[in-house]
Write a protein that binds this ligand. Structure first.
Ligand SMILES: Nc1ncnc2c1ncn2[C@@H]1O[C@H](COP(=O)(O)OP(=O)(O)OP(=O)(O)O)[C@@H](O)[C@H]1O
Ligand SMILES: O=C(O)[C@H](O)CO
Length: 554
């Protein structure tokens, strides 16, 4: 094993080597050695210096408040309001100024787009000529019923709302919306400004299959892919190859108008070419990539002739207007809300509620079992009274990257946890986000957040801590975890015994993926997190609250 000398580590902080170089070299090290080096460094600027205030609220209540703050930060109207600065007859977006001369047009597609459009119209409606948005079936009625009138368009709005994509699947209503959006974009001139509002669910709400592919044929291909377990990256790569508007098609049709896209991200890493299949992000179709995805999921032989025909002529939609499509300088894509934004606000709220906050990562993915194990290890690390045995840190650093968390983030987080523990800085709130997966083996009713919460509850139990130990919350920011009414659940090390005392066999519920039934029956559903319709979606939020009282694990 190559030994890292301290000079290399110190150099990192003098910026003489890049973080990437450091991590590459550090993979050759003993994990415990890396961690011990991190401990010896002055990281305190990353950590709050003031001692947190004492808070009388229960951990459960505080967890719910922090989750609510995360969701609040990414409300569709909030993110739009924060990203458009109106200055008389111009707007500043992402540092760029655009002149308004009654030349503004608006299109949008996605689950959060109605609220985004309502806010955009409030800010720049006086210059708005026309708009069309494609939003989920029934959303206007649902928003009305939930008293969320501020997310609805005003009566005399210039924006036409088309509802479609029932059950998140493209349908003829969504296709009609896509046609109207394409038409609106195609009529624009170089004097026009097109504001494009994009959020998760946008792919299903903007179906425009390349002829001769029919909507049903395209739906069949994407459905099969999704059912076979394709990732969103794989799925949307195929969608882009089969669509007139995805993969930059919309921006292409809008040329030569200036296009400004405001994007609320629901994908890990906020890749603008993947979110809603990137209608404003010019992207090439690589036949090898498309074919290898279809082959991976054994779909090559099941493709209809029309799809084969289109795939045989990749990028043909661009060739007709080659000159124009090369001119992508007229597009500005800005991510205005994401899991990272939600976690940041959650951290601020946690601080107000007396916690020392630390954000682990917004990119947690992988199987919920591995993710729960990671949180269990971090809780163990945080609650050890003595110098944590190096094997916990080593395990954390081994497991973290498997679930999308970088070594750097793990080391930084463990350093904060250790400070909290050894220097008595009070309670700590570890925050993370992303979108883990559940391998469905049973037929029960549940979701990945509730299942993760159950599994972390079991991990916390295995720490053998006294009551009032760490608390864990997992919740979907869209307010819905799988096909259930809950967004997630809150657990702690007492979950198993509580369930047992009420005659509930937790292992059986887990085997059957029946986490919603479990939490509904347990203690009158008290542990469920039910925020109702949130009108937004930036994936999931995870929270591990570690109490201030020194806890003992030996
Ligand atoms: N019984 C269950 N137990 C655990 N997880 C489940 C269960 N049923 C479905 N799921 C998981 O729920 C997820 C789908 O639910 P949900 O609609 O909340 O996902 P989503 O990715 O947030 O959707 P969207 O992209 O529309 O926001 C899938 O990952 C699926 O594996
Ligand atoms: O619409 C989609 O493609 C997904 O929600 C990812 O953004």
């Amino acid at each position: 094993m190559v030994c890292l000398n301290c000079a290399l580590f110190k150099n990192l902080f003098n910026s003489s080597i890049s973080l990437r170089t450091f991590l590459l070299r550090s993979t050759e090290l003993s994990m415990a050695r890396v961690l011990s080096l991190f401990r010896s460094q002055p990281f305190l600027h990353l950590v709050a210096r003031r001692k947190p205030t004492f808070c009388k609220m229960s951990m459960d209540t505080r967890a719910r408040e922090v989750f609510a703050a995360a969701v609040e930060a990414v409300q569709p109207d909030t993110v739009v309001c924060q990203s458009i600065e109106r200055k008389e007859d111009s707007v500043v977006i992402d540092g760029r100024t655009f002149t308004l001369k009654h030349n503004l047009h608006l299109v949008g597609f996605g689950k959060a787009v109605l609220g985004m459009a309502a806010e955009a119209e409030r800010i720049v409606g006086d210059h708005l000529v026309k708009g069309v948005i494609s939003v989920p079936h029934g959303i206007q009625q649902t928003l009305q019923q939930h008293g969320k009138d501020h997310l609805l368009l005003k009566e005399n709005s210039r924006i036409k709302v088309i509802e479609g994509a029932k059950h998140n699947l493209p349908d003829t209503d969504a296709q009609k919306a896509a046609e109207e959006i394409k038409h609106l974009a195609s009529e624009l001139t170089e004097k026009d400004l097109l504001l494009v509002l994009i959020s998760g669910g946008g792919s299903a709400l903007l179906p425009a299959p390349i002829p001769p592919i029919t909507l049903q044929e395209k739906l069949d291909v994407t459905r099969r892919l999704a059912g076979a377990g394709a990732t969103i990256q794989e799925l949307n790569t195929i969608r882009r190859a089969l669509s007139l508007l995805k993969g930059g098609g919309l921006a292409h049709h809008a040329h030569p108008a200036q296009v400004v896209a405001l994007i609320l991200s629901d994908v890990i890493g906020d890749p603008i070419d993947i979110i809603a299949s990137g209608p404003t992000v010019m992207s090439q179709v690589w036949p090898e990539e498309v074919l290898s995805i279809l082959e991976r999921y054994k779909l090559l032989n099941l493709l209809p002739t029309s799809v084969k025909e289109v795939l045989d002529k990749p990028n043909s939609r661009w060739k007709e207007h080659k000159e124009e499509s090369d001119t992508s300088g007229h597009v500005l894509n800005a991510v205005i809300g994401s899991n990272g934004v939600a976690l940041k606000r959650a951290g601020l709220c946690a601080r107000e509620l007396g916690f020392l906050p630390v954000v682990l990562s917004p990119s947690v993915c992988g199987d919920v079992q591995s993710v729960s194990r990671l949180y269990g290890l971090l809780a163990r690390f945080a609650c050890s009274r003595e110098e944590p045995p190096p094997d916990i840190a080593t395990e954390v650093l081994k497991l973290g990257p498997e679930v999308g968390v970088e070594s750097w983030d793990l080391c930084r987080t463990m350093q904060v946890l250790e400070k909290g523990r050894t220097e008595g800085w009070g309670a700590t709130c570890l925050l993370a986000g992303g979108e883990p997966t559940v391998e469905l083996t049973g037929k029960g009713r549940g979701g990945r957040n509730q299942e993760l919460a159950m599994r972390v509850g079991l991990e916390l139990r295995s720490l053998g801590l006294p009551p009032k130990g760490p608390v864990f919350l997992s919740g979907g920011t869209d307010g819905q975890d799988g096909p259930t009414e809950a967004a997630g659940a809150i657990t702690d090390g007492g979950l198993y015994d509580e369930a047992k005392a009420q005659g509930l066999d937790i292992d059986n519920f887990l085997i059957n993926n029946d986490s919603y039934t479990f939490f509904s029956r347990l203690s009158g559903g008290q542990r469920l997190l039910v925020p109702g319709l949130t009108c937004t979606n930036v994936m999931d939020v995870h929270m591990l609250l570690i109490p201030a009282i020194p806890i003992i694990i030996r």
